[in-house]
Design a protein around this ligand. Sequence first.
Ligand code: SF4
Length: 702
Amino acid sequence: SEKKMPSLIQSTCAYCGVGCGVDIVVADGKATSLTGSADHPANYGKLCVKGSNLLNTIDLTNRLLAPEIDGKKVSWQQATNYVAEKFSDIIKEHGKDAVAFYVSGQLLTEDYYLANKLMKGYIGSGNIDTNSRLCMSSAVSAYKRAFGEDVVPCTYQDLEQTDLLLLIGSNAAWTHPVLYQRIERAKKINPLMKVVVLDPRKTATCELADNFIQLKPGSDGAFFNGLLNYLSENGGLDADYIAKNTEGFTETLAQATTWSVAKVAEYCHVSEQELTLVYQLFCQSKKAITFYSMGINQSSSGVDKCQSIINCHLASGKMAKTGCGPFSITGQPNAMGGREVGGLANQLAAHMDIDNPAHQDKVQRFWQSPTIATKQGAKAIDMFDKIASGEIKAVWIMATNPMVSLPDRDKIAAALKKCQLVVVSDCVDENDTLAFADVKLPATPWLEKNGTVTNSERRISRQRNAVLPAGQAKHDWQIIRDVAQAMGFSGFDFADVSDVFKEHAQLTHFENNGERLLDLSGLSQLTAQEYHELTPIQWPVNEQYPQGCDRVYADGQFNTASGKAQFIAVSPQLPKQRTSEQFPFVLNSGRIRDQWHTMTRTGKTSKLVAHTDKPYLYLHPSDAKTLAVVDDDMLNITASTGHAIAHVKLDDKQRAGECFMPIHWNKSFASHANVSALYQSIVDPISGQAECKQGAVALTKK
Ligand code: SF4
């Protein structure tokens, strides 16, 4: 990076799960320009406005550049030893489950791998969870139940080759813009391709829709049970596929048969005609994809909702073929990589199960570790409850801002206040969570970081460092390695990031006799140079698929005990947070086009702030009339958990009685506009994912 001649570094965008490739020109140690990589299979040169503004967000203001203990700058050695000693002391006195890591889909796979190894193999607890819990853990649980493994069975090319695309619970035009552009282009090339959007709001994504179904918030499960029933009554089943490749169909259909079109229409607040039209389309289209995101996953019945989607694809045989399948799209650049290394509290590593003694034994032998976690640890919401109750006494938060992103902000604040030791590694020196940190560890951000990420289509892609770390910042994997070694553990002797990746790849192959699709044996012997030059590749990568694999499960063999995909009967549930006389409005939330998560980066450039310069609450004009407010007025927003203030934006794209608020605003921009203060921490009982789409609030003019 210090070369005189400008050089070109290929990396991957820091933001969403599309995982676009970027070409960065570096001159005199500085990144001078950035464009989309023409040869990256996720984006073929395209970028959205967030990606193309990446270089406008990298200045050193608000950077954490030196370690701190209790607000005083210290050396790395002091900070590392302090964290190691404190963690060791607490473990000694209160046991291994008295400590926890809360990590992030912003971490690279190598960072994630070492954090998971330290917690599960050396400390011996399952207490590592990630902000990906808020993003796609419901999808993970559903894939695991249905296919026996957390495997996304589609690729981006399928989106372009399908006949029918159902987008549900996703405003892809704003949240995954480059995929949206790919769909837009595909539709232009093939005008027969149909796009249907199902959402409580008429979002920007509807511009592409042939049909828009304005579902009642949270009623998605009923829509898909109704579709399954419709397929069965109208010749839409693939009896051969069901018989050969699946189990549990009869019971699942029995559960769905009560969901007539009339009943679904009433339940979902839509007309029978529009419902029938979409059911017909799905039934008659040879190929169909259901593209889903947070609107499905962030629910107290998210796993069942995902399952109801998978059921329809299995039943119609629109599965594991070109242009077919249930396609969950992740929010973060490396949510998928975290899943691969076992970065969720209910996973072990390399897609092995934490509560399976044979898997525990296998991973422990591979790691040659002193111990191994034998039970699930605390999932995100549980973790902060246990911190609040004093059961967990030390937490290390890496690359995430739970004060803004987890529901019930006041509860999270009380937990962090009470916690004996809060360590935060981050690249910024101030945010809502860092305000509670006893120890701050400066981590490298995108552009300085080096490693791999996996996007929503299982594609591993390199995030390369284009410049040197600023100040004393270290890579997350190095910080974790150094703390592990200071705790006296011997399995962390990694000199280079490529060594960490290789070990991860070897573990995916270790005694894996084909029972797990996640097999990176083809990448397990890379030299440092080969790793450096690694081009984007979809797993599995092994003897059978040396160039990676775009089509999984084409042979109808799944990773379940019987080798068959599992239907699971679903009984649709409405959201647990309900409106009442006291809280009469349904609160929906999500991203806006130009901001990312808690705005610590995208909030830095006026180009991105300009799109939505204030925290707004989007309100139906008839509600505005009742509340006697007009555009830009200030509103008090009150829920059972807390309070927020935002400006009114009139918006007739949702029903009266429903409102929408972006998730992004944090303490630096508008501490009063934090949407997480307004949601209760109610979770899906299987995935632990929180219901962050349907809250209940009262609105009054301020
Ligand atoms: Fe980055 Fe996602 Fe935009 Fe691609 S679509 S440039 S990955 S934010």
